[in-house]
Design a protein around this ligand. Structure first.
Ligand code: C5P
Length: 300
């Protein structure tokens, strides 16, 4: 018997290294993208309905599109199309991942909806088939499905799992307003006319494997950071406020405008989060940990 409702929990991500190559003929950029899932989650629940519809709750729910432009709707449509069925489902997103670029919240909802619909409809897609649909939905969506830590190559969708030897403590500062990802990549092209081929840094992979926060702090890099700062100079104040409050390292997460702060332990993370909130340089600050598991079915 197929279930009447399915709930999936899915994490946000941070990029501990984002090495960006030159623009490809298809407009995308080859990456060495070292993803790490963090324990801020959205919860996606699917229930049979007369038609495809989306609802959303949570502090940032008003900013989430409820039409078919929502990547979670596209995920349900793609899975249904591949199996010759109609996507008659109500997708409810309980959103705790801040709605701000750089944490892959939209990608998380897509991966969550895909896994949930697969269980609801009994389509029995293999992991390879699910990852293939994820890659069609967006460059970050495959990682949202698998979680943990992984090196993403190609445009970020080809994943190699990575070992993580401990718990890392992070704070995320949520900026007001967004930054367009294509615009940030265009600014990267303008600032970096001769970008070398992307490559993962062995020292960073070692730091992840050994769980050494200081070593990880010394190796965090984001090739999109200069472009994000060029388009949004005020992010420099947020980075400085987190560093002044004791973060081991500060960087822009993905294409921004979210900024990420690696901290020595949970207590330091709470201090940095409080200082960032008080600084007035961001809309909100959240402390969390990594790694976190990928999309997981909670009930059916
Ligand atoms: O794959 P996704 O839809 O998330 O990509 C959004 C935009 O980000 C793309 O249209 C492209 O402009 C840029 N991008 C890129 N290279 C990548 C990933 C994304 O240029 N590897």
């Amino acid at each position: 018997m197929t279930p009447r409702t399915v709930t999936v929990r899915v994490p946000a991500k941070v990029n501990t290294q984002l090495s960006v190559g030159p623009a490809r003929p298809d407009g995308f950029h080859d990456l060495a993208n070292v993803f790490l899932a963090v324990a801020l989650h959205d919860t996606v629940t699917v229930t049979p309905a007369d038609d495809l519809r989306i609802t959303c709750t949570g502090p940032d729910a008003a900013q989430v599109p409820l039409d078919r432009t929502n990547l979670a709707a596209r995920a349900a449509e793609l899975l249904a199309a591949r199996h010759g069925i109609e996507p008659r489902v109500h997708i409810h997103i309980d959103k705790d991942i801040p709605v701000a670029g750089g944490m892959a919240g939209g990608s998380a909802d897509a991966a969550g909806a895909l896994l949930a619909c697969d269980a609801l409809w009994g389509t029995g897609a293999s992991q390879v088939q699910l990852l293939d649909i994820c890659a069609e939905l967006g460059s970050d969506v495959p990682f949202s499905l698998v979680g943990g830590a992984a090196l993403g190559t190609g445009r970020g969708e080809k994943l190699t799992p990575l070992e993580v030897g401990g718990t890392f403590h992070w704070v995320f500062a949520v900026a007001d307003g967004g930054l367009s990802t294509p615009a940030v990549y265009r600014e990267f092209d303008r600032l970096t006319p001769d970008a070398p081929e992307p490559a993962a840094a062995p020292a960073l992979l070692d730091a992840l494997r050994t769980g050494d926060a200081k070593a990880l702090a010394a190796t965090l890099t984001n090739d999109l950071q200069a472009a994000a700062l060029s388009l949004r100079p005020s992010l420099a104040e947020t980075l400085a406020a987190g560093t002044a409050a004791g973060a081991l390292a500060a960087l822009v997460s993905g294409s921004g405008p979210t900024t990420a702060f690696l901290c020595a332990d949970a207590e330091a993370a709470h201090q940095v989060a409080a200082a960032l909130t008080a600084s007035g340089t961001c809309r909100a600050a959240r402390a969390t940990t990594s790694p976190a598991p990928g999309a997981t079915v909670l009930t059916d």
